[in-house]
Design a protein around this ligand. Structure first.
Ligand SMILES: Cc1ncc(COP(=O)(O)O)c(C=O)c1O
Length: 369
């Protein structure tokens, strides 16, 4: 694609930092892991952070460490990346899909109450596309019902709700660092938690169930290899040094798109700002209005691609994926389905130029009529 959908922003200093690790004797469980975990914890004002091999493994460890399993239900939006629901299913718990609200595309607090049953254990609040979920309502519901809150902040590092960092508002929060994210470690993730004792448990589960303070073969429970290598961590340390600049740059790109597309009667644009939210721009996703259907959206997506402009059609609702159909038998997910048919993610990366933004918008406006 001439204009990609996303692009990692790798500096010479990133490459040098990774090469320094490669020249060292320690390629895993070394000083860069500690440095990266400290950088994530201090940036988020969290007591601790545990780096893991991916956002998915981070979510899985949270479900496991919080004791959620067979017979338990976890409320989760269907309009999100499938990893959020997979992490619940890995432990034999049941994802219960809740519809989203159309302004922020996040789980609708008004619909959470009706989805709660005696088996509900937790709410997975996903901060979709970097826009924080309505955390004050979610907290109120969770406190009133004794539910845990897991924040899937994989798309939202640096986002804030009421000046609190996404990921640090619930019981645990997970960030993802796949190459399309605001900052990347290649593959990777990190967990932040309110209860610092939980960090030790997560470190044990990350490393084959091994008790980190004792002998290598002292394993007290079933664990995984969800470690993040020193090379990944070194990249993460360098990327974290620039996070403020990265988030400002991405906000400027979002503002450019907004300026260029606002007033178009065929498009619904994402909110640039809301009083309680600070968005960490992960992607810029527009919606076609209701007079378009999925076929027309797909045609526009294809036409953009044929002109060298990569676009994304996300998300496809999780409850419509064959392995999840049985989990959504009676749920009303009408907003999810209507929105998913009409979304189009536009090329969005730190180094996108004004003329590329112009070309994307001009092409889209010509096609979406
Ligand atoms: C909302 C959400 N949750 C979870 C994940 C999983 O992260 P990873 O791809 O690092 O496993 C992603 C990744 O893209 C995501 O967007």
């Amino acid at each position: 694609m001439r204009i990609p959908l996303s692009a990692p922003d790798i500096h010479e200093s990133d490459i040098e930092a990774v090469c320094r690790v490669l020249r060292s004797p320690q390629l895993s469980l070394g000083p860069k892991l500690e440095e990266f975990e400290s950088a994530i914890a201090s940036y988020n004002g969290a007591p601790d952070a545990v780096a893991v091999s991916s956002g998915t493994s981070g979510l899985h460890l949270c479900i496991r460490a919080l004791g959620i399993g067979e017979g338990d239900e976890v409320l989760v939006p269907s309009f999100t990346f499938i990893a959020a629901a997979n992490a619940i299913l890995f432990e034999g718990a049941r994802p219960v899909f809740v519809d989203v609200e159309p302004q922020t595309l996040n789980i609708d607090p008004a619909k959470i109450e009706t989805a709660i049953t005696p088996r509900t254990h937790a709410i997975m609040a996903v901060h979709t596309f970097g826009c924080p979920a309505e955390m004050s309502s979610i907290l109120e519901i969770a406190r009133g019902r004794g539910l845990l809150i897991i924040e899937d902040a994989c798309e939202a590092i640096g986002a804030e709700y009421d000046k609190r960092k996404a990921g640090t508002i619930g019981d645990v929060g997970v960030f993802g660092f796949y190459p399309n994210k605001q900052i990347t470690t290649g593959e990777g993730g990190a967990i932040v938690m309110r209860d610092s004792k939980l960090a030790g448990r997560l470190r044990t589960l990350r490393n084959q169930g091994r008790n980190s303070s004792s002998d290598w073969f002292d394993c007290s429970e079933l664990g995984y290899n969800y470690r993040l290598s020193e090379m990944n961590c070194a990249l993460g340390v360098e990327q974290m040094k620039r996070i403020d600049d990265v988030l400002s740059r991405r906000e400027a790109v979002a503002r450019s798109y907004h300026r260029r597309l606002s007033g178009n009667p065929n498009l619904v644009l994402p909110e640039l700002g809301m009083p309680r939210h600070r968005i960490s721009w992960f992607v810029y996703v527009v919606r076609l209005t209701s007079r378009f259907d999925r076929e027309q959206r797909d045609r526009i997506w294809q036409e953009m691609r044929s002109r060298g402009i990569a676009c994304g059609r996300y998300f496809a609702p999780i409850h419509l994926q064959p392995i999840y159909r049985a989990h959504a038998a009676h749920a009303d997910l009408s907003n999810t389905e209507a929105i998913a048919d009409r979304v189009l993610a536009l090329p969005f990366f730190n180094r996108i130029t004004e003329s590329q933004i112009d070309e994307v918008c001009a092409t889209l406006e010509k096609l979406a009529v």
